[in-house]
Design a protein around this ligand. Structure first.
Ligand SMILES: [Zn+2]
Ligand SMILES: [Zn+2]
Length: 342
């Protein structure tokens, strides 16, 4: 009996004189029964590892028991017996009962976990031992003992050979009714059922929706989804927009182009900004295209407030300040201000 783990999947035309009695593979885990002795097994392993320089398999074999995925397979009285295998690091962490999830998810967890134990353990005694460990873990995770026992009974009442048969979910032609989950959302099921008669009254609708829709819950955004963004910002996410504030004098000066070019060099603005943005570096140019007018400033204020300051220097014709000097010169006014954020 042997288990192998390969680090890279690789297909190779391969023939060996000696073949395993049983061969099973799940992604990169292989399980097989070897009846030709230890020496030939070691040789097989070394042959396989010569296939390809990047494919290396580790061999784990025993005449008594090996683990494969979450199963521990042993030879007992000339028969194969299976039991649940848990990694030594597995501390049976499950969704806490107080977690914000629908009730059916919380009942499905004890059921699903017990089902797995029942399916895997061929020995009844071992099954009970594992169920006991699972029960303790569920209680530690806030599950009610009565709920656990009820779900466990549902599982143990089922025939083990039935459980091992592959099952396909029955297709439903019910129309899904999707809502974001909220406490009490389950009551919608009754509402939908009670209002079905309205649909039934209409000949056309009654044919299209013969039964109440299938109530389906969408997960509410969790902390991870709120805080973490796995998407890299694209250039479409960069923008400079007027704030459209009623009294904002800067909106009309805002240049919404996010690419700034001078000669051969160009600069792309990253992020989303408006006249409302604070702590910014900004660039003032002249709408008349005066080449010498590139004024770069930085401010902790909102751009709107800083620009109001510039408006004041222009209106007062303060020639000692560069912006005031240019935009109060002949043929210019504050309307020639063009501002963008860097
Ligand atoms: Zn504005
Ligand atoms: Zn100018």
């Amino acid at each position: 009996m042997a288990g192998m783990r390969n680090y890279l999947a690789y297909q190779h035309p391969y023939t060996q004189d000696l073949q395993p009695t049983l061969y099973a593979r799940y992604i990169d885990d292989i399980f097989f029964l070897w009846t030709h002795g230890k020496e030939s097994l070691i040789k097989l392993h070394s042959d396989i590892n010569k296939f390809h320089p990047t494919i290396k398999l580790t061999l784990d074999y025993s005449q008594l028991s090996v683990s494969f995925l979450d199963t521990c397979i042993s030879i007992k009285d000339g028969h194969l017996s299976t039991s649940l295998y848990r990694k030594p690091t597995d501390n049976l962490t499950m969704l806490h009962f107080s977690s914000f999830h629908t009730k059916h998810i919380k009942t499905a967890i004890p059921y699903g976990q017990a089902l797995r134990v029942h399916q895997i353990c061929s020995d009844e005694e071992e099954c009970d031992e594992h169920l006991e460990v699972l029960r303790d873990a569920l209680i530690r995770t806030g599950y009610d003992a009565q709920l656990i026992d009820c779900q466990f009974r549902r599982v143990t009442a089922r025939n083990c050979s039935d459980l091992l048969r592959r099952q396909t979910l029955a297709a439903t032609d019910k129309v899904p009714f999707v809502v974001q989950y909220f406490p009490g959302a389950e009551k919608l099921r009754h509402v939908l059922r009670d209002l079905q008669h309205i649909i039934n009254e209409d000949e056309h609708l009654a044919k299209t929706f013969p039964t109440p829709p299938l109530l389906t819950f969408k997960q509410t955004p969790n902390l991870k989804q709120i805080i973490v963004c796995s998407k890299l910002p694209s250039s479409q996410d960069n923008s400079i927009q007027p704030c459209h504030g009623r009294r904002c004098k800067t909106c009309q000066s805002v240049d919404t182009d996010t690419a700034i070019t001078r000669g051969d060099t160009s600069h792309l603005v990253h992020g989303r900004y408006s006249c409302d943005s604070a702590n910014v570096v900004y660039l003032i140019r002249c709408r008349q295209g005066c080449p010498e007018t590139w004024y770069i400033g930085e401010t902790e204020q909102r751009l709107r407030q800083r620009m109001n300051g510039h408006h004041t220097t222009i209106n007062r014709q303060e020639g000692s300040l560069p912006v005031g000097e240019h935009f109060s010169s002949s043929g210019h006014s504050t309307l020639d201000l063009q501002v963008t954020l860097l």
